[in-house]
Design a protein around this ligand. Structure first.
Ligand code: FAD
Length: 498
């Protein structure tokens, strides 16, 4: 008999979170409202100061928080932005950002107050908050090496853990819920297979992406002169993305990115400086001449982004959930990972509250189904963007919907949004686009019949003709219907905000 969480049990039971990264900390924060005792098992030693841990090497690279992520993080950790600002992280509010799109440049002033910090400082800030929650305990320098299950393997009943130093002793901790947030290199597939479960093939975006990041000291006059810079990729020309942003301790981070596996950004300091000059704008290369480099650039490469589809498993065990990068990881250039961790944590909170009031069977599988709805816009948006690079391929049981149409639509949209912002001083269209990429607005708010009619000026430009060709031979009344066929509905993706 599968055991399902009931309202009576929820307040009493123990939960364990595997991994103390961003997803783990947000998850523990949520679970602390629903479980009597919450443990976070982290294989690293917890640093006393913000620092890059061996378990999260990606912390070296810039970590942006999207608008939606910031809203949720403020909800779970009220005042966390002020904590970061007090630690010296600059605020994005009223910061001038120059954005270079393939259709011209745009100067934006960000209205939102988001702290621009290193990932290490952000994680440290969250951890300090979680450490103050009385029913949460950290078990550090311990690695989860397997799951304990019921005899018939239909239920996860605990985790097997091993010390990472000293005697390397092993023990088992019995709990009522295990949440795996152990990141991109999670062993969850191995553990599920050990339970003789058949795991469906995940969706894969074979992206072959490369990052290279360098740090600099920033003299005060430079920050006054230059805000952040984003130089968007132009994949058809083989031009990568470049970014310049400021973080705590008067430091700047620059990054170079490309996908498709033909060229990876260099980590050699001289070559790196040269590559900055080959971006769509030479501005970042100009600014760094006024900065003092801190060490050499450091790279990051990954062959693919992976979206698991555990929700398809009818025999998914009770007592087990998976969140964060372990469930779905993204091309980091779009800055979605931590925001998705926040969205999933919020979704878990909603599901646990509903379960307390109206207990349902197969709770865990239903949670995984709803996580997919939350993941869909981010996965779709980043995939259609990456599929512009030659060599990038989507592999999945179902093809990704509307790729070619959406690419052409977004091109036309951005072109007009930039024009309108610059020529008419009206940034509304661009802000809508920004909010879609910030996962606040559903892609359907941008891609719909009325916006399409606005985009089609009748000028019969090549872009408009190509977009119309994607729609096929239809009349005006059929446009929305055709869009419904082409584009995912995203119907449940954005409407569960608190
Ligand atoms: C180069 C790069 C740049 C990125 N930039 C951004 C960005 O700009 N914005 C953004 O939102 N996201 C970004 N991301 C993604 C972001 O890092 C993650 O999506 C986010 O931190 C959520 O990760 P997580 O908590 O699921 O996993 P992680 O942060 O990887 O944490 C997993 C944790 O689990 C621990 N662990 C692993 N296995 C075990 C085990 N068996 N037992 C115990 N502990 C274990 C690890 O030590 C680690 O602490 C970037 C990622 C990369 C690679």
């Amino acid at each position: 008999m599968k055991k399902t969480l009931t309202s009576r049990q929820l307040k009493k039971e123990k939960a364990i979170v595997i991994g103390g990264g961003i997803a783990g900390l947000l998850t523990a924060r949520v679970l602390s409202d629903h479980y009597e005792e919450v443990m976070i098992v982290e294989r690293d030693e917890l640093p006393q100061e913000p620092s890059i841990r061996p378990g999260t090497p990606q912390s070296f690279h810039p970590h942006r928080i999207l608008s939606r992520g910031n809203m949720i993080m403020e909800r779970f950790f009220p005042g966390y932005v002020d904590d970061l600002l007090n630690k010296g992280a600059p605020s994005t509010q009223n910061e001038k950002i120059i954005l270079f799109t393939p259709y011209g440049s745009l100067e934006m002033v960000t209205p939102e107050k988001i702290a621009s910090s290193s990932r290490a400082l952000l994680e440290w800030t969250f951890r300090k908050r979680v450490q103050k929650i009385s029913n949460v305990r950290f078990l550090s320098k311990l690695e989860v090496i397997g799951l304990q299950t019921s005899d018939n393997q239909s239920q996860v009943t605990g985790v097997h853990i091993k010390e990472r130093s000293g005697q390397k002793q092993e023990r088992t901790v019995a709990v009522d819920l295990v949440v795996d947030t152990s990141g991109r290199f999670s062993k969850i597939i191995k553990w599920l297979e050990a339970m003789e479960l058949e795991v469906p093939q995940p969706e894969r975006l074979k992206v072959s992406l490369g990052y290279s990041t360098r740090y600099y000291h920033v003299p005060p006059h430079v920050k006054e002169k230059w805000g952040g810079v984003i130089s968007e990729a132009q994949p058809t020309k083989g031009i990568g993305t470049g970014m310049l942003g400021y973080i705590e301790e008067n430091m700047a981070q620059t990054l170079l990115f490309s996908a498709g596996g033909v060229h990876y950004p260099s980590t050699n300091p001289e070559e790196y400086e040269k590559e900055l000059q080959t971006l769509a704008t030479p501005i970042i290369a100009e600014v760094v001449k006024e900065l003092e480099p801190i060490g050499a650039p450091r790279g990051y490469r990954t062959p693919e982004s992976v979206r698991q589809h555990f929700e398809q498993m009818e025999d998914w065990p009770s007592g087990l959930l998976v969140l964060g990068d372990a469930l779905c990881n993204f091309d980091p250039i779009y800055g979605q990972g931590m925001t998705l961790a926040a969205i999933e944590a919020e979704m878990l909170d909603i599901c646990l509250s509903e379960q307390r009031h109206t207990p349902q069977p197969n709770f865990e599988r239903k949670v995984l189904q709803r996580m997919q709805e939350a993941i869909e816009p981010a996965w779709w948006l980043s995939s259609i963007a990456d599929l512009r690079w030659k060599g990038v391929e989507h592999v999945g049981a179902e093809p990704l919907k509307g790729v070619s149409f959406a690419q052409k639509y977004i091109d036309l949209y951005v072109k007009q949004a930039v024009k309108r912002a610059n020529e008419k001083n009206d940034p509304t269209m661009f802000l809508q686009y920004f909010m879609m990429n910030g996962l606040v607005l559903s892609p359907r708010e941008i891609i719909n019949a009325s916006t399409l009619n606005m985009l089609l000026t009748g000028a019969e430009t090549l872009e408009e003709k190509q977009l119309l060709a994607e729609l096929g031979n239809i009349d005006q009344k059929q446009i929305q219907e055709r869009l419904n066929e082409l584009i995912p509905s995203f119907s449940l993706a954005v409407d569960e905000k608190a």
